[in-house]
Every structure is written in structure tokens, then in C-alpha cells.
Design a protein around this ligand. Structure first.
Ligand SMILES: C[S@@+](CC[C@H](N)C(=O)[O-])C[C@H]1O[C@@H](n2cnc3c(N)ncnc32)[C@H](O)[C@@H]1O
Length: 256
């Protein structure tokens, strides 16, 4: 086993307070709240969100009447989710706890586990990816669902980007166009390291976000090796079929 990356990106610790301001409105990868809420309403049993963050998705699901257990590695993100729940008068319907998606275990099997907002890509090694999926499989009841979304790597764009001089590296549709400091793609490692400028108290800081992308059939193999059967692969949150030009991969798999 390769060593596990021990540190969580500072975006989720010292800059957690900026997360909702930057990413709260539209989600990451598209407007996803309706999609995950529909799955939660269909679940006949406990619903768990991994990497729940500030509760951006979990809180609307709880508001729709479905209790959620949200797990996250970052105490700072969990603290924001907790504060928002208290402000809304939400009680134990939203459970929040510190846990690593690679090693979590549940007291009661889940009917649905979700990993919204591309958080699965924080698994930076194959061991981490497999550990996360094994933990999900062990935590789900038979036939239970796992739903997650990740971006669809655009090889043409990555190749183009890598040839551009640094000062021209802006992407149409980039989530963070005004604050992008740099972005490095490493196709051999399937790694993208993005640095963004954040206004910090008393100045500015540059914060790195590290992701490891996955390809469509790689994800299918990972799921299959981990005891899942793919139920659907969508190209967006409206249920459109996935195709080459889709920017997102939205996966729904069943524990078999
Ligand atoms: C992009 S945010 C997503 C937050 C939330 N799900 C949303 O949709 O807005 C990614 C989250 O993943 C969490 N995270 C990263 N690695 C993790 C791990 N190994 N286990 C649990 N949470 C993790 C971070 O703390 C952060 O809150």
C-alpha cells in the first residue's frame, strides 16, 4: 500500500469560510442539488453524504424531509455545516461527523451514499480510490446505491492548455477565472494541481487544490472491482446520456 496523503487541502481548512461564497451557488460540475435530492427521496433507508463539506447539498435534502448523515475529514467544513443547520433550526435530522471517506464505517447500513462535487477526485492514489469504494460497499445494504459526480477529462483541452504560455491559461467556463493563479496537468499521473488566489484576512494567499482525474472506463472497472454494478452514467444532472462531449460524469451504481 502506498502511503495515504495525510493533509487535506487548505481550501477546506483555513479557507473553509470562503467555500460557500465561491462554490455555494451553482455547485461544482453543475446544478446538482435537485439530482441528489431525488435520489435521497427514492432511498428506502439511511442516506449518507461523504465529504459533506458545508452542507451545501445535505441541507436542502434534509429540508425536503430526508435525514442525512454527513461525513467529512475537515473539522472547519463541518463546523460551517453545523452552524448553518443551527441557524435553520435543523436538529438531529442532519448528523455530522468527522470521518475519512477511505476508512469510514457505519453502525447501520445505508440505502444511499453520495459523493457530490467531484470529491471522489480527492483520492490521489489508486489505493485511496479502492479504499473509498470498499468502505462504501461495506457500508451499503445489498442493492443500496452509490452516486457521485466527477469531471470528464477533456484531453484536447488538457493538451492545448499544456502548450499555452502561463499568462494565457484561462479556460472558458472555468469555475475560478478571476482568481486562477496556475494549473498544472500531469497526464501520466492523471493529476491536476490548481492554485487559486484567496483573499485572506489581512492579505492574499495562494491555495492549492489537488485532484486525480478518472476516465470513464477506469471508473467502471474501479466500481466493478469494488462490488458495484453501474446503474446509470449521465452526462449532466438532468439525466442526459453521457457522451464524449459531456463535461461531467454522473454515476449511479448499485451494491451487488
Ligand atoms: C468540493 S468539497 C465538497 C463539499 C460538499 N459535498 C459540496 O457538495 O459542496 C470537497 C470536500 O471533501 C472533503 N474531503 C477531502 N478528502 C476527504 C476524505 N478523504 N474524506 C472525507 N472528506 C474529504 C473536504 O474536506 C471538502 O469538504
Amino acid at each position: 500500500m502506498s502511503p495515504r496523503h495525510p493533509l487535506i487541502d487548505p481550501l477546506y481548512t483555513e479557507f473553509a469560510w470562503l467555500y460557500d461564497e465561491r462554490f455555494g451557488a451553482d455547485g461544482i460540475g453543475g446544478p446538482d442539488v435537485g439530482f441528489y435530492t431525488r435520489l435521497a427521496l427514492e432511498a428506502r433507508g439511511p442516506v449518507v453524504e461523504l465529504a459533506v463539506g458545508t452542507g451545501r447539498v445535505a441541507l436542502p435534502i434534509v429540508r425536503s424531509g430526508v435525514p442525512v448523515l454527513g461525513l467529512d475529514l475537515s473539522p472547519s467544513m463541518l463546523a460551517i455545516a453545523r452552524r448553518k443547520a443551527v441557524e435553520e433550526g435543523i436538529g438531529p435530522e442532519l448528523g455530522l461527523a468527522a470521518a475519512d471517506m477511505r476508512t469510514f464505517a457505519l453502525a447501520q447500513p445505508a440505502a444511499l451514499i453520495t459523493i457530490p462535487a467531484r470529491a471522489f477526485l480527492h483520492n490521489l492514489t489508486m489505493d485511496d480510490q479502492m479504499a473509498t469504494l470498499a468502505s462504501c460497499r461495506a457500508a451499503l445494504e445489498p442493492g443500496g446505491r452509490l452516486a457521485l459526480n466527477v469531471f470528464n477529462p477533456n484531453l484536447e483541452m488538457i493538451a492545448h492548455w499544456m502548450k499555452l504560455p502561463a499568462d494565457q491559461r484561462k479556460q472558458p467556463g472555468d469555475l475560478i477565472p478571476d482568481t486562477l493563479e496556475s494549473r498544472d496537468y500531469d497526464p501520466a499521473e492523471q493529476r491536476v494541481d490548481t492554485r487559486i488566489r484567496m483573499k485572506a484576512r489581512g492579505g492574499k494567499s495562494v491555495v492549492a487544490i489537488r485532484l486525480r482525474w478518472v476516465y470513464r472506463f477506469e471508473m467502471e472497472h474501479l466500481l466493478s472491482r469494488s462490488g458495484f454494478e453501474v446503474e446509470a452514467l449521465y452526462g449532466n444532472f438532468d439525466g442526459q446520456a453521457f457522451e464524449l462531449t459531456s463535461t461531467e460524469m454522473v454515476w449511479v451504481a448499485r451494491a451487488v
